[in-house]
Design a protein around this ligand. Structure first.
Ligand code: NAD
Length: 245
């Protein structure tokens, strides 16, 4: 069911604990393509061939070459957009408890958000699969693929591939917020990737309202309390202005 900005802002004003769950869609206006939806990477690429841990283990050079190198190039040029900034403003003004993000791009923190749970890890850190040494992405030069650590272990981004577990501390913190919020904003996610897709369902089962911001309906839309249909970078600043105004 589509919802107006006016109605959504009323609900936000009344909420005592709002949490945001964000996905790739919130960063599309920063120039980072999503996986699914119009223009998403999966229109031209098979996820199982490049984003599954089995694919990385089988041929890390190919995964670095096709997916990870592209992601690195794109992320280095990306800046927070008005949607990231609107969420940072909400937190600063005491209207947002936390952001649970499926994104690995670091743009919430770059926009000024402090309480960010990185559910799928981060591309800002690179780790060695063998000795677990960690280095910032800026120190990684992709002269040879796959990139190797000084111990000769294969370097990988510190993010979760399909087929891997969610980092425990992020999983527990996200579940805790989902169980205790009274409003969850679900922004720019297709709600197809589990267990992240379960979080709004957990919130809903505990009595919270679930509002989506997305240009398209998702698999969550039938159980959500409202869909604000459109681009997050246009709708979120308007919503936040109404709540704070
Ligand atoms: P997804 O690619 O499955 O879905 C993106 C959703 O965003 C779609 O429903 C689409 O309609 C919507 N969308 C597109 N443009 C939008 C806009 N301007 N405003 C609001 N919504 C918009 O994304 P997902 O559900 O996050 O799942 C994909 C997985 O891929 C995530 O787990 C994430 O880790 C990873 N990923 C991350 C990034 C990133 O860090 N920026 C980019 C691509 C993929």
């Amino acid at each position: 069911m589509e919802m107006s900005l006016e109605k959504a802002s009323e609900l936000l004003k009344k909420s005592k604990k709002t949490v945001a769950l964000t996905g790739a869609g919130i960063s599309v206006e920063s120039g980072i393509p999503a996986f699914r939806g119009k223009g998403g990477l999966w229109e031209t690429m098979d996820p199982m061939e490049f984003a599954h841990i089995r694919a990385f283990r089988k041929d890390p050079g190919k995964v670095w070459d096709v997916l990870l190198r592209t992601m690195k190039d794109v992320l280095e040029k990306a800046f927070p957009n008005p949607a990231h900034k609107a969420l940072a403003d909400m937190e600063e003004n005491g209207k947002l408890e936390a952001i649970i993000t499926q994104n690995i791009d670091g743009l919430h923190q770059a926009a000024g958000s402090k309480r960010v749970i990185e559910f799928h890890g981060s591309f800002a850190r690179i780790i060695c699969s063998h000795c677990h040494r960690s280095l910032p992405i800026q120190e990684l030069f992709l002269e040879e693929l796959p990139p190797l650590c000084s111990c000769k272990g294969i370097l990988r981004p510190d993010c979760v591939f399909f087929g891997e577990n969610i980092p425990e501390d992020a999983l527990y913190a996200a579940q805790e917020h989902s169980m205790t919020c009274d409003l969850m904003l679900v922004i720019g996610t297709s709600a197809e990737v589990w267990p992240a897709a379960d979080l709004p369902r957990v919130a809903k089962n505990r009595g919270a309202l679930v509002l989506e911001i997305n240009p398209e309906p998702t698999s969550l839309t039938p159980i959500s309390d409202g869909l604000l249909r459109g681009q997050a970078g246009e709708l979120l600043p308007q919503l936040v202005a109404r709540v704070q105004g």
